[in-house]
Design a protein around this ligand. Structure first.
Ligand code: UDP
Length: 290
């Protein structure tokens, strides 16, 4: 169900709507570009929990625009063109690959559930890349490549693969957007690691450790690969001074809903404060000469 909260861009219709943003396209003269508009909601648990947080849409737009600008400047292709207004920016329309690509510098989150022997916060010398298939009914299973079958096998995202075993296969050729061979996998891994290293360095300059992030990629009509979707405080783990107790990301909200509560007014102020703090830090990326 469409749930428009912000201003409707004149002459546009909804192309796609997610939990926290809407993609708009022109009604006439369909173009290769569209508008991404953020919504003032914070969500958790695949959208099962949701809070109206006015101002969040403005903070995350500022964050994601500055992050994409930095990546574009660094030679990493993204779908971002320019900011249109406080909650909206212009993008290239891509055919999105239904994979969440996670890059980790430290062991945290779902990684610890799958690797219970690993100590929380262990730093990986090389960033670690994982793929999760975007599929709500299967709860976004982890994808592990099977070289002998040239396809991905799917595993429960919160259980060690060797204990639970595979929960399915992604048949080769089922979706032409899913990587079909090692070379296509490597292209995704490379763009994800390059983006991670650029952002890790940028956040380091403002005293923040980028613990992990999630990106999504897509192809244009010529099958050129770009980073799409959004990169902001909802898709990154960010710890001030590398201290987990000083996280400024969505984990604050996730931890509240895990306790079966809704945020108190004080907690709501902290939640929006985190988004604004990340936006302020990302605004400085353009000044750093990075
Ligand atoms: N992440 C995301 N969307 C998701 C799942 C994860 O943006 O649907 C991000 C999350 O914010 C973190 C990274 O991906 O920065 C790794 O998340 P993880 O796999 O540890 O899962 P989680 O603990 O968030 O369930």
């Amino acid at each position: 169900m469409t749930q428009i909260v912000g201003r409707v861009p004149r002459g546009h219709v909804v192309r796609a709507e997610g939990k926290t943003k809407i993609i708009w396209v022109r009604i006439r003269k369909r173009k290769k570009r569209g508008l991404a508009q953020n919504k003032p909601f914070v969500t958790a648990g695949d959208g099962k929990h949701r809070e109206f947080v006015p101002g969040k849409e403005i903070a995350v737009t500022e964050t994601t625009c500055n992050i994409f600008r930095l990546l574009n400047r660094s030679g990493i292709p993204t779908h971002y063109h320019k900011k249109i207004n406080a909650d909206t920016y212009l993008i290239s329309l891509l055919d999105m690959i239904p994979i969440e690509i996670v890059v980790r510098r430290k062991a945290f989150g779902s990684y610890l559930k799958r690797n219970s022997h690993e100590a929380e916060g262990t730093t990986f010398a090389q960033p670690l890349v994982e793929f999760f298939y975007k599929n709500d009914t299967m709860s976004d299973p982890m994808m592990i490549w099977q070289p002998e079958h040239q396809c991905f096998r799917l595993y429960h995202p919160h259980e060690p693969p060797e204990e639970r075993g595979a929960i399915g296969d992604l048949k080769a050729g089922l979706d032409p957007l899913i990587p079909r061979n090692e070379a296509e996998i490597e292209r995704l891994e490379v763009i994800a690691i390059e983006a991670f290293l650029v952002l890790e360095e940028a956040f380091k300059h403002v005293g923040i450790t980028l613990v992990d992030f999630k990106i999504e990629c897509g192809y244009d009509q010529d099958r050129r690969l770009y980073i799409g979707d959004q990169i902001d405080g909802d898709s990154c783990r960010l710890w001030m001074g590398g201290d987990k107790s000083k996280a400024v990301d969505k984990d604050r909200y996730r931890n509240i809903v895990k306790q079966g509560r809704v945020p108190t007014p004080e907690e709501r102020a902290l939640i929006i404060g985190d988004y604004q703090r990340i936006a302020t830090m990302a605004s400085s990326f353009g000044l750093m000469g990075l």
